[in-house]
Write a protein that binds this ligand. Structure first.
Ligand code: ATP
Ligand code: MG
Length: 570
């Protein structure tokens, strides 16, 4: 293709509204243009890269045995009512009305639709396992669309759904998708890490998110510094191993006045102690009964973990707290409490602590956990923090930020039960299929590649997803000999399956070189009158510092060699 015949509107200046580098570069390199909040046009170069990402995804899904389908983006609302998600996702879904005043939704995801399809078409264990995928536009009414393609209202997703006869078989399907994802991101030139993820509201039991570490990421990850572990912040297991013996360890409990100091920070300041020396006593109501949860003062409850220990537990109202403790909110403590007491494991061995006294404006000093209170159970209920010991007991957790590009999820039977996706086993007995769902943000992945691979001059495309593989920069397009050489090399390489862009614009060399770096195609061949006079052209990879002079007659062969090596490296 010739640059002069393509819409590649490069920009010299950084667009004002683009905060992160990948968004800036997508705009500057002329890949996308904004239509409205969270809505983007893909220009010719953007489409080319997007297609390449899609093809990689498609090849790996096919290789893993998934079958491609295409489901509508617009769904009757009734199908979403069947799973109950019409209510729970209501605010996040776009809704449309047809001329008969029937309401439909624009699909934010497709569990309901595929499960409905499978409920009609798959009836026997003989037809299982199966896995269907599509590459489709999704619609989500995001609260804050931003960062270009990273968070859009309309975006492109690959979503796959597996159906199995048993939980064990579903684990196999999950593993296959997990492995396919590892291959996909690697082939896209991305360094993705799989992190153990929160199960959120999907109702499943195992889940991994594929994250691209980058500072602009919206997700927090805790990773072990020895590489043994990585998890989503909400899900991470960490262990605070700081000693829990404080001054006053061997002394008897003693009341101290703490007027108006009902907050951890206020008490710590007043008594001149660290917040972690304080015991945070939270009163919850679970199964309609009050329970206490104890943590070090500097820690917070991990709601996901808590929900596993005490399903449905909610923080108690002030009236309940007053009734249980006999004091105002802020002065609860375990001593003398006659309700179940769950203690975060990081409090083990606490001596010399400070707790609320169950008396307004009073705390207790010299608290010894095992001496002074009953303990129903030690539990792991605190949010993990950077600095904690990793689950293997060796590494330390470090906080990183990341962008989620993919998600694999074991769903169980929530949707198959709701939508009747049942199959008959060998004995003619009916069971709901065990499902998994697997998403990749295709458009987000494209931008993540740029977020991870750029320098101050522009994009550095991995060859697999570059809009073109080779840029031929013709320095003197008005010169017939120059153009003829460029054209010949281009024809040979295109016949060999190389994607070639020829910069035939009548512009100054400096201007063209700047644009070339901005576009960031993997390899550049520069053809100019001066070089040709010596029988030479110049070859340079985007990541090379210097040019290599190559005899013009060998240029096509040399380029092909380099391109092949680059392709094979991914
Ligand atoms: P996030 O936490 O970023 O909102 P999600 O967990 O809601 O994402 P999933 O429902 O798991 O997303 O969707 C699968 C994939 O689709 C995600 O891994 C992500 O790559 C992509 N994706 C989700 N929402 C958007 C969006 N608004 N714009 C672009 N891509 C998105
Ligand atoms: Mg997700």
């Amino acid at each position: 293709m010739r640059w002069s015949q393509l819409l590649i509107p490069t920009l010299k200046e950084t667009p004002q509204d683009a905060e992160i580098i990948s968004h800036q570069l997508m705009l500057r390199a002329g890949l996308i243009r904004r239509l409205g909040s969270g809505l983007y046009n893909y220009l010719p170069l953007g489409v080319r890269s997007l297609r390449k990402v899609q093809n990689i995804v498609r090849e790996e899904m096919d290789r893993a045995g998934a079958q491609e389908v295409l489901m509508p983006a617009m769904h009757p609302k009734e199908i979403w009512e069947k799973s109950g998600r019409y209510e729970t996702l209501k605010n996040g879904m776009f809704r449309v009305i047809d001329r008969q005043n029937r309401e439909m939704v624009l699909g934010p995801t497709h569990e309901e639709i595929i499960t409905d399809l499978v409920s009609r078409e798959i009836t026997s264990y003989k037809q299982l396992p199966c896995n269907f995928y599509q590459i489709q536009t999704k619609y989500r009414d995001e609260i804050r669309p931003r960062f270009g393609l990273m968070r859009c209202k309309e975006f492109i997703m690959k979503d796959a759904y597996s159906f199995d006869v048993s939980s064990e078989a579903a684990d196999e399907s999950y593993k296959k998708m997990y492995d396919a994802y590892v291959r996909i991101f690697k082939r896209c030139g991305l360094h993705a890490m799989a992190v153990d993820a929160d199960t959120g509201d999907m109702g499943g039991s195992s889940s991994h998110e594929f994250m691209i570490p980058c500072e602009a990421g919206e997700d927090a990850i805790l990773e072990a510094d020895d590489g043994s572990y990585a998890a989503n912040l909400e899900r991470a297991e960490g262990f605070c191993d700081l000693p829990m013996e404080f001054p006053g360890a061997e002394l008897a409990l003693e009341k101290v006045e703490t007027p108006n100091a009902g907050k951890i920070e206020d008490v710590a300041k007043l008594l001149e102690i660290e917040t972690r020396q304080l015991v945070k006593t939270l009163i919850y109501v679970a199964d309609e009964k009050p329970v206490a949860v104890l943590l070090p003062g500097n820690r917070d409850v991990n709601d996901i973990k808590l929900n596993k220990i005490l399903p449905g537990a909610e923080l108690a109202d002030p009236e309940v707290i007053q009734k249980v403790t006999g004091a105002d909110v802020g002065f609860a403590g375990p001593v003398g409490l006659e309700i179940p007491i769950y203690v975060d494991r990081s409090l083990k061995g606490l001596k010399g602590g400070v707790t609320g006294a169950n008396e307004t404006d009073i705390h207790l000093k010299n608290f010894d956990l095992e001496r002074d209170t009953g303990i129903t159970e030690f539990v792991d209920v605190a949010l993990a923090y950077a600095g904690d010991l990793a689950p293997n007991g060796k590494g330390r957790l470090v906080e990183k930020r990341g962008v989620e590009v993919g998600h694999v999820f074991k769903l169980g039977t929530k949707y198959s039960e709701a939508l009747g996706a049942n199959f008959l086993d060998e004995n003619g007995k009916s069971h709901p299929a065990v499902m998994g769902c697997y998403g990749i943000g295709v458009s987000r992945t494209l931008q993540a590649v740029i977020e991870q691979s750029n320098d101050k001059f522009g994009i550095i495309w991995p060859i697999s997803v570059a809009p073109f593989e080779l840029l031929i920069t013709v320095l003197s397009p008005k010169d017939e000999v120059c153009m003829q050489h460029a054209q010949d090399i281009k024809t040979i390489l295109e016949a060999q399956g190389v994607d070639v862009l020829m910069d035939d614009r009548i512009e100054r060399p400096g201007f063209k070189f700047k644009d070339a770096d901005l576009l960031g195609l993997p390899l550049r061949l520069t053809i100019g009158e001066r070089g040709l006079a010596k029988g030479e052209v110049e070859l340079k990879a985007r990541t090379d510092k210097d040019f290599e002079a190559v005899p013009v007659a060998e240029a096509a062969v040399k380029v092909f060699e380099k391109i092949t090596a680059m392709r094979e490296a991914l």
